[in-house]
Design a protein around this ligand. Structure first.
Ligand code: AMP
Length: 426
């Protein structure tokens, strides 16, 4: 099969790394990709949202399968574009329809969906400019902390957890009246705060059947001990010790099955990943959010742990045999530690040379590129999250230590990484 992966981050490098190993993969292209993905296939300079350019490319290169990495093209209707085009409709597209992608694209849509299907989630209410005054009263009476969420996609910045009513009211006004996130915050979801440990579960579904392909715990804060500002993710571990058979069964029965059945019953077309952002509250899982794609950096541990051929799973998803697939996981533990630019998640400078990449040998670690690019034969930094080192070990401590050992061999000006990934599981 000729396969095209859309995207350019660490997630896409991990997907490309996995897809390239498939017996079914003939030619692999990544658009636009990064210097890491260039080691797995051929990078193509093409925007993830430029569907017309993709059409010409897919026809020219006889593409059989398109795997969509980031959320923007999903919400922009990449699936529908391919399926409504005579020349592209036979391509397997790993993505939900635009309508189903509202599970990620609109917090209000996903909350209503969960309510309709009795899926455990935090209690909530939604407000717009039309009932702004009512929203202020709702906030003033809400228990603390209170969670405010911009309805639409806000590049991971649309959620605020407030410890005071004053701050919550300010944030509410900022979002709705001052349109902090434009249209994305014209509607705001206000919800109850849930205290517990977060974990993410990843599923591949055809909208009728599903397979769990992995889970992971990520570390979002910039500082050690989970302090400081939120980032796109500073590291991840899998498997997570509390994700035992009993807990996983509760997740399947109370969350995954009702979600997939709900998609089916509502006729929401879905052929792709569901990322369940969960919180474990005293051994009871609740949904914090749905994403309609894999996570970054979760993919960088989920793919190395998954032993099953990913392309065969995509094909099974497409031909209705997903329920019969065998999923095999590596018995070891996996950790990834992200190296970021100095100053991230605030302002940072790009373009610093990355040293030591060619000294990494052995098969217990993989360096996945995220924000890197090649400049005159040198790999330089090109983003906040620059690269991530995934390692395997007999336990999480070993895996994390191995990644840190590799990171000591890599350097660029201002490089920072958390040394405490997986700290609570030691
Ligand atoms: P979201 O974009 O909905 O995943 O929210 C981003 C982050 O905010 C989550 O990963 C949680 O850490 C936190 N969060 C969101 N909703 C809640 C909630 N109801 N209770 C506690 N934490 C939350």
């Amino acid at each position: 099969m000729n396969i095209l992966i859309l995207g350019s981050g660490g997630r896409e490098h991990a997907l490309a790394w996995k897809v390239a190993q498939s017996y079914h993969c003939n030619q692999l292209f990544i658009a636009p990709g990064n210097p890491g993905t260039a080691t797995c296939g051929i990078n193509v300079s093409m925007d993830v949202n430029d569907f017309e350019a993709q059409k010409a490319f897919c026809i020219e290169q006889k593409i059989d399968m398109v795997v969509v990495g980031p959320e923007d093209p999903l919400v922009n209707g990449v699936y529908d574009f391919y399926k409504n085009d005579e020349a592209l409709k036979n391509i397997t597209v790993v993505a939900p329809s635009a309508k189903a992608a509202q599970l990620e694209g609109s917090k209000a849509f996903s909350k209503k969906f969960m309510q309709r299907h009795n899926i455990p989630t935090a209690a909530y209410a939604e407000f717009t400019q039309d009932n702004f005054e009512e929203g202020k009263k709702y906030i003033a009476q809400h228990t603390l902390p209170v969670v405010l969420k911009a309805d639409g996609l806000a590049a991971g910045k649309g959620v605020v957890i407030s410890n005071t009513h004053e701050e919550a009211l300010q944030v509410f006004e900022e979002m709705i009246i001052n349109k902090q996130f434009g249209k994305a915050s014209s509607k705001v979801v206000i919800e109850q705060f849930l205290a517990g440990i977060e974990v993410s579960v990843f599923v591949l579904t055809d909208g009728k059947d599903y397979q769990v392909i992995g889970h992971a715990k990520d570390y979002k804060r910039i500082g050690e001990g989970d302090t400081g500002l939120n980032t796109g993710g500073m590291g991840c571990v899998t498997p997570v010790p509390f994700m035992d058979e009993v807990f996983m069964q509760t997740v399947e029965e109370t969350i995954i099955k009702p979600t997939v059945n709900g998609l089916h019953r509502e006729g929401l077309v879905y052929n792709g990943f569901i990322f369940f952002g969960l919180i474990n509250v005293n051994n009871k899982p609740f949904v914090i959010e749905y994403n309609c794609r894999m996570g970054d950096p979760e993919t960088e541990v989920v793919m190395p742990r998954l032993e099953t051929d990913l392309v065969a799973l995509f094909a099974a998803m497409d031909n209705g045999t997903l329920a019969d697939a065998n999923i095999n996981f590596n018995e070891n533990s996996f950790a990834t530690v992200v190296a970021v630019s100095g100053g991230y998640p605030g302002n940072y400078t790009k373009g610093f040379a990355i040293n030591g990449l060619d000294t990494i040998t052995g098969d217990s670690s993989i360096v996945f590129h995220a924000g890197t690019k090649e400049e005159n034969g040198t790999i330089v930094t090109n983003g906040g999250r620059v690269l991530t080192v995934t390692s395997v070990g007999e336990n999480l401590t070993q895996a994390v230590n191995q990644s840190k050992k590799v990171l000591q061999q890599i350097s660029f000006e201002g490089m920072y990484y958390r040394r405490d990934i997986g700290y609570e599981f030691k």
